[in-house]
Design a binder for this molecule. Structure first.
Ligand code: LLP
Length: 393
């Protein structure tokens, strides 16, 4: 929710930009910290969701670890103050250079996604006279009930090692003297709002940890991955994700043995609601079949709606009071618009048939819940300017 002063401030600024509400970010981090500390759980922030320097500085200040998917993310986490003993590194395609970066940084753990990768990390660690700590990323074949583009834990997905390969994994681990097996890792998908899904994941993790122990490999770390979803439809009434309910599922259903640690890798739930993409209407095209609002932001600034058919709430901040008064006295007109960007692609549309108060050139729009996978997925396509940032403080 934007107050009048903030909207007035937006009116004097060049658009488009990402607006960060750092107060809301801190409240979210606080809620997550309290809920996870209650059970002694370890949370690593999935840096891929947003690596804006102010955002990661805030996250680091709460003592969270970092979940990285590239050598550059590993280095960025460490140079921004994340404790190297809380850095984990996942990814199906870690290059030798990236593995070496992580070995040099003495990170907490590699989440290993194939048997071949185990041998390569072993070889590179041996060359440096180091022992690399590894967790095996297992593909548990659990349906995350989310959009298929952001599902990762099914047999058909490229991520992790399938359960039928686990005999080969323990054989490999026995041969790799420069590896230290510390645990098992899972990540079944993103924007998961049905907590039942996590109960199913707990059942699979319990089975898998028993399997490793039966084969002579004690499991110290249970890393359940991330994926907790947020409310894209009601960002004002539901600004903070259900951390309490989420962690409680793991407390209730995961079989945690003495000395074991439970780790999480949350991205979206920590940062999605703290940012909106703010844009201006450049042109209004009233047609016979369709009305279009052409914004000065497009898929180059925020690609989620185009790439995953993702819903993100669109608001006309300049006419907000009109739409509020609309409820009381039906004076101003509500029209249906396709809200589109300026990019030369038909897919450059944020949403079709959005009901909005009649809108005009120069009106300020907010596309909400844009803090996760927003700014970081922006591009320079069409030689667009790099999207700017504005902060609440
Ligand atoms: N751990 C691993 C190994 C991951 O691959 C991811 C996200 C996470 C943790 C964090 O997941 P989260 O808590 O943020 O759901 N660009 C897509 C989402 C891609 C997620 C990639 N992996 C989107 O905009 O919806």
């Amino acid at each position: 929710m934007f107050d009048t002063n903030t909207i007035t401030r937006f009116q004097g600024l060049e658009t488009p930009f990402y607006y960060y509400d750092l107060g809301l970010l801190r409240k979210t981090l606080e809620a997550c910290k309290i809920a996870s500390d209650k059970y002694g759980f370890h949370v690593h922030y999935a840096m891929k969701a947003n690596f804006n320097p102010k955002v990661i500085a805030a996250i680091q200040s709460y003592g969270f670890g970092a979940d990285c998917v590239s050598g550059n993310e590993v280095s960025t986490a460490i140079t921004n103050g994340f404790d190297k003993s809380k850095v984990v590194f996942a990814g199906v395609g870690k290059s030798d250079k990236e593995i070496n970066t992580a070995l040099d940084a003495d990170i907490f753990c590699f989440n290993v996604e194939s048997i071949q990768e185990l041998f390569i990390i072993n070889e590179l660690a041996q060359a440096k006279n180091k022992k690399a700590k590894v967790a095996i990323r297992i593909n548990p074949n659990v349906d995350a009930h989310t959009h298929h583009f952001i599902t990762t834990g099914l047999d058909e997905n490229k991520f992790g090692i399938n359960t039928w390969q686990l005999h080969d994994v323990v054989d490999a681990l026995r041969k790799c003297a420069s590896l230290q097996f510390i645990g098992i890792h899972f990540h079944i998908g993103s924007q998961i709002t049905d907590l039942e899904v996590y109960k199913n994941l707990c059942t699979r993790i319990n089975e898998m940890q028993d399997w490793f122990e039966d084969h002579g490999f004690p499991v110290k770390v249970l890393n359940t991955g991330g994926g907790l979803g947020v409310d894209y439809h009601n960002p004002d009434t539901n600004p903070i994700a259900n951390f309490e309910g989420y962690f409680k599922v793991f407390k209730d259903f995961l079989k945690v043995k003495p000395g074991q640690e439970v780790h999480f890798e949350l991205g979206r739930a920590l940062v999605a609601q703290c940012s909106s993409l703010v844009s201006r209407v450049l042109y209004v095209k009233i047609g016979q079949k369709k009305n279009f609002l052409v914004l000065d932001a497009g898929m180059t600034e925020l690609i989620r709606p185009m790439l995953y058919q993702a819903y993100q709430k669109i608001e006309n901040l300049s006419r907000r009071s009109e739409s509020e008064s609309q409820i009381l006295n039906l004076k101003s007109q509500i029209l249906k618009y396709d809200v589109v960007g300026p990019i030369c692609e038909s897919t450059d549309c944020f949403q079709k048939d959005v009901e909005l108060p009649e809108s005009f050139r120069g009106d300020i729009f907010a596309i909400r819940t844009a803090g996760a996978y927003g700014e970081v997925m922006s591009s320079g396509y069409n030689l667009r300017d790099k999207v700017q940032n504005v902060y609440s403080e």
